[in-house]
Design a protein around this ligand. Structure first.
Ligand code: SF4
Ligand code: MG
Length: 322
């Protein structure tokens, strides 16, 4: 059984101008010891997906099913989800201050988690906190445990947040744009840290990012989202060598490449759709350079075995032929 199984997930936000369907029929499974990258532009539904898994969507209507190790999260009571969030799953964000308390020493914050979830004594919890900081590469952890979050650099603060997340010994770690705010060198170090803890602890990791370069570094599998839907799923190497969906090809074309021809990479023209009035047919059709008859009216389904994609070019090759 997979650690995490998501089936036909929908996340809707009712609002004064109508209902936004941020996630629309998403399904995937994740095994222990694997990292799944979820990639898409902002507004593609990737953050809404991660918040639904964490049970953190106060204002949303969530439908479908999310099972963590056999326990259903959709529709579960607040207390039940909070218990899972404490012990089974943890999340890290782009902004570490969203999970760190500014007025508490970082060692105390980690120790508090150990006391709360594991009933550790004060003394034991303090030692756990020092070790947790050492484990994520914070130098002089015994001294730094007494510092406040603002006394750390951006990259070190990110390490502290990861130590906090790991302090509850989760099976599942969700990382939402964990390196987006960091400069390139620090970004590489944090990705290496996440990959390392994933390996050492056998964690399942969901890595949410707009950056396929980040996925290439740490993920085993990739799910590409567009307008709340999964448009392509594949092992990382397959996605990079043989992308099937025009949107994925566009994302790959917009990546800077060291070995590529000189010149700036080309971003995908146009903008993601307004989800209050999404386009009919294939949601990518207004931007798609490869669109064919029917793309504007018929919605493509995700098909294609181990490397599925949702595009009419794949399901109707005779129409796609010149
Ligand atoms: Fe492009 Fe049509 Fe495929 Fe959509 S279904 S990605 S519009 S070719
Ligand atoms: Mg986001």
């Amino acid at each position: 059984m997979s650690l995490l199984t998501v089936r036909d997930l929908t996340v809707e936000f009712p609002g004064p101008r109508g209902t936004v369907r941020a996630v629309d029929g998403l399904s995937f499974a994740l095994e222990r010891g694997r990292t799944l990258g979820i990639v898409g532009e902002s507004g593609s539904g990737k953050s809404a997906t991660s918040l639904a898994i964490m049970g953190l969507h106060a204002a949303a209507r969530v439908g479908g099913s999310i099972e963590l190790d056999g326990t259903e999260i959709v529709g579960a009571g607040r207390e039940a989800v909070r218990a899972l969030r404490g012990r089974r799953m943890a999340m890290i964000f782009q902004d570490p201050m969203s999970s760190l308390h500014p007025n508490h020493r970082v060692g105390e914050q980690i120790a508090e988690t150990r006391r709360l979830h594991f009933g550790a004594s004060r003394r034991r919890a303090r030692e756990d906190a020092v070790r947790a900081l050492a484990d994520v590469g914070v130098p002089a952890p015994r001294e730094r445990a007494r510092d406040f979050p603002h006394q750390f650099s951006g990259g070190m603060r990110q390490r502290v947040m990861i130590a906090m997340a790991l302090a509850c010994e989760p099976d599942l770690l969700i990382a939402d744009e964990p390196t987006t705010a960091l400069d390139v060198t620090v970004q590489a170090q944090i990705l290496e840290l996440i990959a390392g803890v994933q390996r050492d602890r056998g964690l399942a990791v969901v890595l949410i990012t707009h950056d396929l370069g980040v996925v290439a570094r740490v993920a085993d599998d990739v799910l590409v989202m567009y307008a709340g839907r999964s448009v392509e799923k594949a092992a990382v190497a397959e996605l990079f060598t043989g992308p099937r969906h025009p949107y994925t090809r566009g994302l790959l074309g917009s990546l800077p490449r060291l070995d590529g021809p000189p010149g700036a990479p080309a971003p995908i023209p146009g903008n993601p759709p307004d989800l209050l009035s999404p386009p009919g047919g294939c949601p990518f059709h207004p931007r798609c350079p490869e669109r064919i008859d029917g793309c504007a009216t018929v919605r493509p389904e995700l098909t294609g075995g181990a490397h599925p994609a949702a595009c009419h070019l794949l399901s109707a090759p005779e129409e796609a032929a010149p």
